[in-house]
Design a binder for this molecule. Structure first.
Ligand SMILES: Cc1cc2nc3c(=O)[nH]c(=O)nc-3n(C[C@H](O)[C@H](O)[C@H](O)COP(=O)(O)OP(=O)(O)OC[C@H]3O[C@@H](n4cnc5c(N)ncnc54)[C@H](O)[C@@H]3O)c2cc1C
Length: 454
């Protein structure tokens, strides 16, 4: 009998542990990643010829990064690893990919999606000027190229990444003007019981705040972002925000890093036929997965692509998913190990729920955005245009509003504007957010180079 053909998309912490577990069981999975190297977001490897040490690159997570990299290297000859390969569609047990300029079709018996997360962003008036970056973009500039996004930078938004990237910039010697957080101290306190599920991770988070405070960088909680000012030619020159007492402040800067925690990358899961449910806690749509991490008959999900739980949980979930997949394929597996991983994962889950509580999505600010703020940067759709389209054409469902306004129709396919757009439509038409729905995924899930050969 031929060995089952398993395809893993993603070689971050979840994909690495999943591929490792499958390879140790004697399978030879195909592992696909659009990046040139493995490691995923958090353990992104530096380009060749860069020589920074693990501790310079990954700080407190350097041992974990080294373990994920070396364990992946040790299974390289036991897997079929295809880097620089973008999976852009799934249909009928076949994955469609663009592999280094070539179009390939990869049939599978089981598909494991370890596609990670991307950032959740909230529009702000002026966020379309040059000099605005997502927190991830700012981090990639630092990790990948060793450069800062500006010489006087404001970090604005909410979520762990806000503090992490600000502290990484400070440690790298960049000038951080302030950290402006839309969440309040009360939010953090209310989240504490859940955050205590993982004391070491809580401690790491407090360490980030300590680094920022030690550099005398102000941290302001409970802000309302009002405007990022600048000009089309010169880019960003200041940020204006309102503090929790209602007073407006303006901070000069030449770059802004923005982000509001994360969202799962679920387009392939959508195309593969997984069902989705609205999660009231995070106000996002997430794929329904069963206790075997299955989203559809032979489609499994692990890591942040399934649920935002963080990198350590992604490793656990990658292993766990591989073991349950092996069970489904009829392999003998250590059921005690499955039980152990499930219980560990439950603790990460509790911690992650605490993070969601500590850094809530600032619904009111999204709803109060001025009409001339841009919501969809790809198609330059303003908040006012979206409000008019959804009210004027009775488009209280997001795919209908997309057709009338072009929101989410550009190259990001709504991955960045979709969540805010839904909130704006819900408010404009007085429709419950869950009924506004989510943007349907379309192939290709990311832009493809024109030169991809058939
Ligand atoms: C921008 C950003 C920065 C982050 N920085 C940090 C940090 O510094 N510290 C921290 O603790 N957490 C960070 N996080 C969270 C952290 O990245 C995740 O918790 C962790 O990496 C999850 O692991 P994963 O394996 O699920 O996904 P990832 O590590 O994201 O790996 C997913 C992999 O899938 C690949 N992929 C996705 N879609 C496709 C496709 N269609 N075709 C081919 N390949 C695909 C990606 O290239 C990627 O390599 C960050 C998240 C983001 C979005």
């Amino acid at each position: 009998m031929n060995a089952p053909k398993v395809v893993v998309v993603g070689s971050g912490p979840a994909g690495t542990r999943c591929a490792e577990t499958l390879a140790l069981a004697g399978l030879r999975p195909i592992v696909i990643d659009e990046n040139s190297n493995n490691g995923g977001q958090i353990y992104r490897r530096q380009p060749e010829n860069f020589v920074r040490t693990y501790s310079q690159l990954y700080g407190s997570e350097s041992d974990k990064a080294a373990a994920v990299h070396s364990d992946f290297d040790s299974i390289r000859d036991k897997i079929d690893y295809r880097s620089d390969t973008l999976a852009w569609a799934v249909s009928e047990n076949t994955l469609f990919a663009a592999e280094r300029g070539r179009s390939v079709e990869i049939p599978f018996d089981a598909l494991v999606l370890c596609t990670g997360a991307s950032e959740r962003v909230m529009p702000t008036l002026g966020w379309n000027y040059a000099g605005n970056y997502s927190l991830g973009g700012a981090q990639i500039a630092l990790k990948s190229q060793g450069c800062a996004i500006g010489s006087n930078i404001v970090f604005m938004g909410t979520g762990p990444l806000l503090y992490l990237v600000a502290s990484q910039y400070i440690k790298a010697g960049a000038n951080v003007a302030a950290v402006l957080d839309t969440s309040t101290v009360w939010d953090s306190l209310a989240a504490l019981p859940k955050l205590l599920a993982m004391p070491s991770m809580l401690w790491t988070g407090l360490g980030l705040i300590k680094t920022i405070r030690a550099a005398r960088v102000p941290i302001v909680h409970g802000v309302q972002p009002l405007e990022i000012t600048g000009s089309g030619d010169a880019g960003v020159n200041a940020v204006t925000y309102r503090d929790k007492r209602g007073h407006a402040h303006t901070l000069e800067c030449d770059a802004v890093a923005l982000g509001y925690h994360l969202r799962s990358e679920t387009q392939l899961a959508d195309l593969a036929g997984c069902a989705f449910s609205f999660d009231r806690r995070s106000r996002q749509w997430i794929a329904d997965i069963d206790d075997k991490s299955r989203g559809a008959a032979n489609v499994y999900m692990a890591g942040d692509g399934a649920r935002i739980r963080g990198a350590d949980a992604a490793e656990v979930s990658g292993r766990l998913t591989a073991l349950t997949l092996l069970l489904d394929l009829g392999y003998a597996v250590d059921e005690k190990e499955i039980k152990r991983l499930r219980s560990l994962h439950a603790r990460y889950e509790r911690f992650a729920n605490g993070v969601t509580r500590a850094f809530p999505w600032p619904i009111e600010h999204v709803r109060n955005l001025p009409n001339d703020a841009i919501v969809c940067r790809c198609e330059a759709v303003s908040v006012g245009e979206l409000r008019d389209a959804s009210r004027g054409k009775q488009a209280d469902e997001i795919n209908r509003a997309k057709a009338f306004s072009r929101v989410g129709m550009g190259r990001c396919q709504g991955r960045f504007c979709g969540i805010a757009a839904a909130e704006i439509i819900a408010d404009a038409t007085q429709t419950p957010l869950a009924e506004v729905g989510r943007i349907r995924s379309q192939a290709p899930v990311r832009p493809l180079p024109i030169a991809v050969e058939q």
